[in-house]
Design a protein. Structure first.
Length: 188
Protein backbone atom coordinates (compact mmCIF):
# COMPACT_ATOMS: atom_id res chain seq x y z
CA UNK A 1 0.00 0.00 0.00
CA UNK A 2 1.39 3.43 -0.90
CA UNK A 3 1.70 6.62 1.09
CA UNK A 4 -0.90 9.36 1.15
CA UNK A 5 -0.20 12.92 0.09
CA UNK A 6 -2.30 15.45 1.95
CA UNK A 7 -3.11 18.94 0.80
CA UNK A 8 -1.14 20.32 3.75
CA UNK A 9 1.99 18.35 2.93
CA UNK A 10 1.95 19.38 -0.70
CA UNK A 11 1.23 22.96 0.29
CA UNK A 12 4.41 23.00 2.36
CA UNK A 13 6.58 21.12 -0.12
CA UNK A 14 5.41 23.02 -3.17
CA UNK A 15 5.64 26.33 -1.30
CA UNK A 16 1.95 27.01 -1.71
CA UNK A 17 1.54 29.51 1.08
CA UNK A 18 -1.63 28.56 2.94
CA UNK A 19 -4.98 27.22 1.92
CA UNK A 20 -6.87 28.30 -1.18
CA UNK A 21 -8.71 31.45 -0.36
CA UNK A 22 -11.70 33.24 -1.62
CA UNK A 23 -13.32 36.17 0.11
CA UNK A 24 -16.33 37.48 -1.73
CA UNK A 25 -17.44 41.07 -1.42
CA UNK A 26 -20.38 42.71 -3.13
CA UNK A 27 -19.25 45.28 -5.71
CA UNK A 28 -20.87 48.67 -6.12
CA UNK A 29 -23.30 48.76 -9.07
CA UNK A 30 -21.12 51.25 -11.04
CA UNK A 31 -18.23 48.75 -11.14
CA UNK A 32 -20.50 46.03 -12.51
CA UNK A 33 -21.18 48.15 -15.60
CA UNK A 34 -17.45 48.40 -16.45
CA UNK A 35 -16.98 44.65 -16.04
CA UNK A 36 -19.95 43.96 -18.30
CA UNK A 37 -18.46 46.14 -21.04
CA UNK A 38 -15.08 44.39 -20.84
CA UNK A 39 -16.67 40.95 -20.68
CA UNK A 40 -18.79 41.64 -23.75
CA UNK A 41 -15.86 42.92 -25.87
CA UNK A 42 -15.96 40.97 -29.14
CA UNK A 43 -13.26 38.40 -29.89
CA UNK A 44 -11.60 38.36 -33.30
CA UNK A 45 -11.88 34.59 -33.68
CA UNK A 46 -14.27 32.47 -31.59
CA UNK A 47 -12.32 30.38 -29.10
CA UNK A 48 -9.15 32.45 -29.49
CA UNK A 49 -8.02 35.23 -27.16
CA UNK A 50 -8.01 38.66 -28.84
CA UNK A 51 -4.77 39.65 -27.07
CA UNK A 52 -2.66 36.48 -27.08
CA UNK A 53 -4.26 34.47 -29.90
CA UNK A 54 -4.17 31.52 -27.49
CA UNK A 55 -7.19 29.23 -27.08
CA UNK A 56 -10.09 30.27 -24.85
CA UNK A 57 -10.85 28.76 -22.49
CA UNK A 58 -7.43 27.47 -21.42
CA UNK A 59 -5.71 26.49 -18.17
CA UNK A 60 -2.86 28.31 -16.45
CA UNK A 61 -1.53 28.37 -12.90
CA UNK A 62 -1.08 31.09 -10.30
CA UNK A 63 2.57 32.13 -10.37
CA UNK A 64 2.63 33.84 -6.99
CA UNK A 65 1.41 33.04 -3.50
CA UNK A 66 -1.17 35.83 -3.70
CA UNK A 67 -3.27 37.07 -6.59
CA UNK A 68 -6.14 39.54 -6.52
CA UNK A 69 -9.14 38.74 -8.69
CA UNK A 70 -10.95 41.98 -9.50
CA UNK A 71 -14.50 42.83 -10.56
CA UNK A 72 -13.21 44.21 -13.88
CA UNK A 73 -9.97 44.46 -15.87
CA UNK A 74 -8.08 47.27 -14.12
CA UNK A 75 -6.64 48.40 -10.82
CA UNK A 76 -9.59 50.70 -10.19
CA UNK A 77 -11.95 47.73 -9.90
CA UNK A 78 -12.81 46.25 -6.53
CA UNK A 79 -11.08 43.03 -5.42
CA UNK A 80 -13.63 40.20 -5.26
CA UNK A 81 -11.34 37.26 -4.48
CA UNK A 82 -7.78 36.71 -3.29
CA UNK A 83 -6.10 33.49 -4.41
CA UNK A 84 -3.37 32.52 -1.92
CA UNK A 85 -2.00 29.26 -3.23
CA UNK A 86 0.95 29.30 -5.62
CA UNK A 87 0.56 26.78 -8.42
CA UNK A 88 -3.24 26.78 -8.19
CA UNK A 89 -4.79 25.84 -11.54
CA UNK A 90 -7.02 28.52 -13.05
CA UNK A 91 -9.10 28.58 -16.21
CA UNK A 92 -8.77 31.66 -18.45
CA UNK A 93 -12.14 32.53 -19.97
CA UNK A 94 -11.51 36.02 -21.39
CA UNK A 95 -8.75 38.54 -22.16
CA UNK A 96 -8.63 42.31 -22.12
CA UNK A 97 -5.31 44.11 -22.60
CA UNK A 98 -3.03 42.93 -19.73
CA UNK A 99 -5.90 41.29 -17.83
CA UNK A 100 -7.25 37.73 -17.89
CA UNK A 101 -10.61 36.68 -16.51
CA UNK A 102 -10.03 33.45 -14.58
CA UNK A 103 -12.00 31.01 -12.49
CA UNK A 104 -10.99 28.28 -10.07
CA UNK A 105 -12.41 24.76 -9.74
CA UNK A 106 -15.47 26.13 -7.92
CA UNK A 107 -16.14 28.81 -10.55
CA UNK A 108 -14.92 31.66 -8.31
CA UNK A 109 -12.65 34.28 -9.79
CA UNK A 110 -12.41 37.54 -11.63
CA UNK A 111 -9.90 39.60 -13.60
CA UNK A 112 -6.23 38.96 -12.79
CA UNK A 113 -3.17 40.77 -14.19
CA UNK A 114 -1.35 38.50 -16.63
CA UNK A 115 1.96 38.85 -14.74
CA UNK A 116 0.48 36.75 -11.89
CA UNK A 117 -0.18 33.79 -14.19
CA UNK A 118 2.08 31.06 -15.53
CA UNK A 119 1.71 28.74 -18.49
CA UNK A 120 3.01 25.86 -16.35
CA UNK A 121 0.17 23.36 -16.15
CA UNK A 122 -1.05 22.19 -12.79
CA UNK A 123 -4.20 20.46 -11.60
CA UNK A 124 -6.08 20.02 -8.37
CA UNK A 125 -7.25 16.67 -7.03
CA UNK A 126 -11.04 16.90 -6.81
CA UNK A 127 -11.73 13.27 -5.90
CA UNK A 128 -11.85 12.50 -2.17
CA UNK A 129 -8.77 10.31 -2.67
CA UNK A 130 -6.89 9.79 -5.94
CA UNK A 131 -4.70 6.75 -6.53
CA UNK A 132 -1.37 7.30 -8.28
CA UNK A 133 -0.55 4.28 -10.43
CA UNK A 134 2.75 3.09 -11.89
CA UNK A 135 1.18 2.93 -15.36
CA UNK A 136 -1.90 4.48 -17.01
CA UNK A 137 -4.12 1.50 -16.25
CA UNK A 138 -6.57 0.72 -13.46
CA UNK A 139 -4.91 -2.64 -12.80
CA UNK A 140 -1.38 -1.25 -12.36
CA UNK A 141 0.08 -1.01 -8.84
CA UNK A 142 -0.90 2.01 -6.71
CA UNK A 143 2.20 3.76 -5.39
CA UNK A 144 0.67 6.76 -3.67
CA UNK A 145 -2.64 8.37 -2.69
CA UNK A 146 -3.46 12.08 -2.99
CA UNK A 147 -6.26 13.75 -1.01
CA UNK A 148 -8.80 16.23 -2.32
CA UNK A 149 -7.27 19.71 -2.66
CA UNK A 150 -3.71 18.59 -3.44
CA UNK A 151 -2.16 20.62 -6.26
CA UNK A 152 -0.09 18.58 -8.69
CA UNK A 153 2.02 19.41 -11.73
CA UNK A 154 0.82 17.92 -15.00
CA UNK A 155 3.62 16.15 -16.84
CA UNK A 156 1.69 14.34 -19.56
CA UNK A 157 -1.92 13.52 -20.35
CA UNK A 158 -3.41 10.82 -22.51
CA UNK A 159 -7.10 10.47 -23.32
CA UNK A 160 -8.15 9.21 -19.87
CA UNK A 161 -5.00 9.43 -17.72
CA UNK A 162 -2.50 12.09 -16.64
CA UNK A 163 1.05 11.62 -15.38
CA UNK A 164 1.56 13.98 -12.47
CA UNK A 165 4.24 15.04 -10.00
CA UNK A 166 3.61 15.89 -6.36
CA UNK A 167 5.99 16.07 -3.42
CA UNK A 168 8.82 14.55 -5.49
CA UNK A 169 6.66 11.58 -6.50
CA UNK A 170 5.31 10.79 -9.95
CA UNK A 171 2.46 8.62 -11.06
CA UNK A 172 -0.57 8.22 -13.30
CA UNK A 173 -4.00 9.42 -12.18
CA UNK A 174 -7.37 8.92 -13.84
CA UNK A 175 -8.24 12.26 -15.42
CA UNK A 176 -11.69 12.47 -13.81
CA UNK A 177 -9.97 12.81 -10.39
CA UNK A 178 -8.41 16.13 -11.49
CA UNK A 179 -9.53 19.68 -12.25
CA UNK A 180 -7.27 21.63 -14.58
CA UNK A 181 -7.33 19.45 -17.67
CA UNK A 182 -10.20 18.91 -20.09
CA UNK A 183 -11.65 15.47 -20.88
CA UNK A 184 -9.87 14.08 -23.91
CA UNK A 185 -7.12 16.74 -23.75
CA UNK A 186 -3.68 15.41 -24.71
CA UNK A 187 -0.50 16.90 -23.21
CA UNK A 188 2.95 15.74 -24.25
Amino acid sequence: MGRTITALAVTLVLAACGAAAAQETAPPPDEMAGAAEAASAPERVPGVGPVTNLPLPRYVSLKTSEGNARRGPGLTHRIDWVFTRAGMPLRVTAEYEHWRRVEDFEGAGGWVHYSLLSGVRSAMVVAEMADLHEDPASGSPVTLHAERGVIVRLLECQTDWCRIAAEGNKGWVIKTALWGVDPGEILE
